[in-house]
Design a protein around this ligand. Structure first.
Ligand code: ZN
Length: 234
């Protein structure tokens, strides 16, 4: 089974974590959303810096310095959080990888996964074997890890060569529903956490997906039927 390594994001890494949202920031701006409406960040990022993020291809020079300055100002002591998460995860670790593999019928693609504990963004995944977590809660760790596994399966099932991990908005939406079937409804995994669902689009879509999930032959056939039911074809 894979192993999860916990790290504290230093200033440089935290700056990179912010910069990695570049494409999403660009998307939001294209959709006409003002930069202030952007929400994965846990610190206030001035408009000039957003503009710099959009204008630069790589994180270097002035932008890097400015982001590090912002991060340094915000910095909290992340050691207790890392210890808390590590200790909690230790109790789940054994069961989690194995059970997710059983439910999906797919082995985990990587042997090592990294969890960067940080205080600049909410939990997310943007790199194939790395998650970034700021919550004082192990559920986001499980959720982001599942998402990574999910997109690896997705690529295989749909023979998708798209750049990791996003396809279209509808596929993303399905992934947010499917993670709950696995983590919140499985009798073994659901014992590890108490979670209040927070996306309202989930309930509406679950009515269509519930019977497909319940009657699935296996995970890939469920994926295909679920996408078809939502009118997504590849
Ligand atoms: Zn999610």
């Amino acid at each position: 089974m894979p192993k999860l390594y916990f790290n504290i994001a230093n200033h440089k890494k935290s700056a990179k974590i912010i910069f990695d949202f570049k494409e999403s920031v660009e998307e939001e701006i294209k959709r006409g959303k003002p930069f202030t409406s952007w929400s994965p960040f846990l610190l206030k990022i001035p408009e000039e810096i957003f503009n710099l993020i959009i204008s630069k291809k790589y994180l270097a020079g002035n932008l890097k310095n400015e982001l590090i300055k912002l991060v340094r100002k915000k910095r909290t002591n992340l050691k207790p959080k890392k210890h808390f998460l590590e200790a909690k995860w230790d109790k789940i670790d054994n069961v989690f990888w194995k059970r997710v593999s059983e439910i999906t019928g797919f082995q985990w693609k990587h042997r090592k996964y990294s969890c960067f504990v940080n205080d600049v963004t909410v939990g997310h995944y943007l790199v194939p074997n790395e998650i970034r977590i700021s919550e004082h809660n192990v559920y986001p760790i499980a959720e982001e890890l599942f998402h990574l596994h999910y997109w690896d399966i997705f690529k295989e099932v749909f023979n998708s060569k798209e750049k990791y991990p996003f396809t279209n908005e509808k596929s993303w939406l399905l992934s947010e529903i499917i993670v709950e079937y696995v983590l919140l409804e499985d009798p073994i995994l659901s014992k590890f956490w108490k979670v209040k669902r927070n996306y309202d689009f989930i309930e509406k879509n679950r009515r269509i997906l519930n019977p497909i999930w319940k009657n699935r032959k296996d995970f890939p056939s469920f994926l295909k039927k679920a996408h078809k039911a939502k009118g997504i074809s590849f």
